[in-house]
Design a protein around this ligand. Structure first.
Ligand SMILES: [Zn+2]
Ligand SMILES: [Zn+2]
Length: 328
């Protein structure tokens, strides 16, 4: 079968590798239909590392996966042929955060396309049934959105967003837009901000209340969700969070850019919630994709075949679209 292997920084090849034949107990074999290209895939391609995660050996890319079940191991009830979304992180299940339910914080997690774990940009992948979610009524591209949308679902949950709460989402890239969608799904009164005019326009076309960050709203928000990972975004968040509000940090930026004002946090009674990946979100994310499938079309309309991926990355063509779906 074909797999998209990152051999080293800037060196992606489509290799012929052995397809998984036997399926272990509790596992499914999935015929991969679509894999969303993520900022982290691009980062590994461009820099060969993300923070402490360094590419030391060839690794298959891809962690936003939709596909169809092609076979099941013993003890698995899932139907062959069903469209599924794969949760890409497999936690140990034994450590303290895991047992508390915060398995996104597991230090032993094996996560698709995080060195040294292979991702899912391959024709077939084996995956535990427990982390495989039926995406009834969706196609593979739509199902692949359950992963990035999970970040938004988790952020919205941790923020405690409820009906009518005012919410600002900073950053209208894929994660920001999907987070805004999740916040709307929860009944929040949501505004989306970005520095880029094209992103603001695109979000507005998708039905969001979107603005250039420089327009500086004359109001404060119950919740601000920072998705840009920039000093400017974090500054905006701290300028426009209401007293007693919740600041949610989703974007990962350079350490020097990610500075908080401790005095304001104290005197204004803010809660600060860090978000690292997500836990227990896939069914909710799939539900939201079903509900908002029309609005989500810009996320699924740019498909490339896996054979084009190397050139696509080299030419940075992904910069032109909100989300690239790699198909087989
Ligand atoms: Zn991703
Ligand atoms: Zn664990």
């Amino acid at each position: 079968m074909k797999a998209a292997v990152l051999r080293a920084k800037g060196d992606l090849v489509i290799e012929e590798v052995r397809a998984p034949e036997s399926i272990p107990q509790g596992y499914v074999r999935v015929k991969v239909g679509a894999v969303g290209l993520c900022g982290s895939d691009v980062h590994y391609y461009t820099h060969g590392r993300i923070g402490d995660f360094v590419l030391k050996a060839p690794m298959v890319l891809g962690h936003e996966v939709g596909g169809t079940i092609d076979g099941v191991g013993d003890g698995v009830e899932l139907p062959v042929g069903a469209v599924v979304a794969l949760e890409p992180g497999l936690p140990c299940g034994l450590c303290h955060p895991c047992r508390r339910g915060d398995y996104n914080l597991c230090a032993e997690v094996k996560f698709f396309a995080t060195p040294p774990v292979d991702g899912a940009l391959a024709e077939y992948v084996l995956h535990p049934a427990a982390y495989t979610f039926l995406a009834e009524g969706l196609d593979s591209k739509q199902a692949a959105l359950a992963e990035p949308l999970s970040v938004g679902v988790y952020a919205v949950r941790r923020a405690g967003i409820a009906l009518g709460m005012t919410v600002a989402v900073v950053g209208a890239g894929p994660v920001g837009v999907l987070t805004a969608l999740a916040a709307e799904g929860q009944g929040g009164d949501v505004q989306l901000f970005d520095v880029r005019r094209d992103r603001v326009d695109q979000a507005a076309e998708m039905g969001f209340n979107a603005h250039l960050i420089e327009t500086r709203p004359h109001r404060d928000y119950d919740v601000v969700i920072e998705c840009s990972g920039s000093a400017g975004g974090l500054g905006f968040a701290q300028d426009h969070l209401a007293r007693g509000g919740t600041l949610v940090l989703v974007g990962l930026g350079e350490e020097g850019d990610m500075q908080l004002n401790g005095l304001k946090i104290s005197t204004r009674g803010w809660s600060v919630q860090g978000i690292f990946r997500y836990a227990n979100t896939f069914p909710a994310a799939i539900h939201l994709i079903r509900r908002y499938r029309q609005r989500l079309e810009p996320f699924t309309q740019h498909g490339i075949s896996v054979d084009q991926l190397s050139q696509y990355l080299a030419e940075k063509s992904y910069l032109r679209v909100l989300k690239t779906m790699v198909t087989f």
